[in-house]
Write a protein that binds this ligand. Sequence first.
Ligand SMILES: [Zn+2]
Ligand SMILES: [Zn+2]
Length: 144
Amino acid sequence: MGFTGHCRCGRITLAIDAPALPPLYACHCLDCQRWSGSAFGLHLLCLGASVRVDGEPVTFVHEGAGHTSTQYACGACHTRLFNETTAAPGMRVVRAGVLEGAERFEPVAHIWTRRKQPWVVLPQGVAQWAQTPTAEEFGQVLMG
Ligand SMILES: [Zn+2]
Ligand SMILES: [Zn+2]
């Protein structure tokens, strides 16, 4: 079983080899709002080795909060596909909206809800944090 996706123009495709959907969370921080041009970012936390990339993404490296993040995007249509960060070594964080059938996927956690746009109403009972949770708290929710 797996999940597939592609950038807007189709030059780059992704395939995630996983028995079930990896942990999905939404980040409502202002960086995610700005970067996505939308209300929040949808992040799928995948084992790096499980994400296969066909095509040649361009990269953008930036530093923040003591970590280095490398963003991978299509150089033609500029769709951001995934990133790697020293905060989560060995993982690739896929932008879930690039995947086929993303409407089936529901986040298991919401972070940075203090920046959440007021019209976004979160379901009852889903884990949420006002800002960034500790790695331990977050890991417990994401990994079940
Ligand atoms: Zn593209
Ligand atoms: Zn964010």
